[in-house]
Write a protein that binds this ligand. Sequence first.
Ligand SMILES: [Zn+2]
Length: 153
Amino acid sequence: MNTGHILKLAFEDFGFESLYELYRNTYKFTPCGPAVGALVQGIDKEDRWYSCEELRTLPSFMEMAAKGVKVLRLQVGSIVEGLDVECDSVVVELTDPDTFSKNYWAAVDAVNEEACQLWDETHGCPDCFGYGEEEMHPIDPECESCGGFGVVI
Ligand SMILES: [Zn+2]
């Protein structure tokens, strides 16, 4: 099975036809807005990583299968806005469609959880726990000023 077929089957239930659709939907429906990258063989001379908006330039899953373009692995990661840290990216190897689909969504969950945790630990508003303007402090879930959501830094 070509990796285009594997991807097609893995995401058939969701109706995604390309890596770009996969990325856009993952981004849209996951609170931390994860980044998705793909290591692709068969387009450039050397294997190359395509990420996020760049995925738009890749052919659909079925075109990949027809052209012999191979996706070697995917990577899910996230940058927490306002911080220089990045959560650990999770690599998902192409296997059979079912396992691959499961592993992909597990990676999205893991990255989202870590990103949300980083956000909660650092995006407290001045009233959260009475820290004032002091930089980066945790969010107080009971805070009345920000409602426990924190603020953009
Ligand atoms: Zn607050």
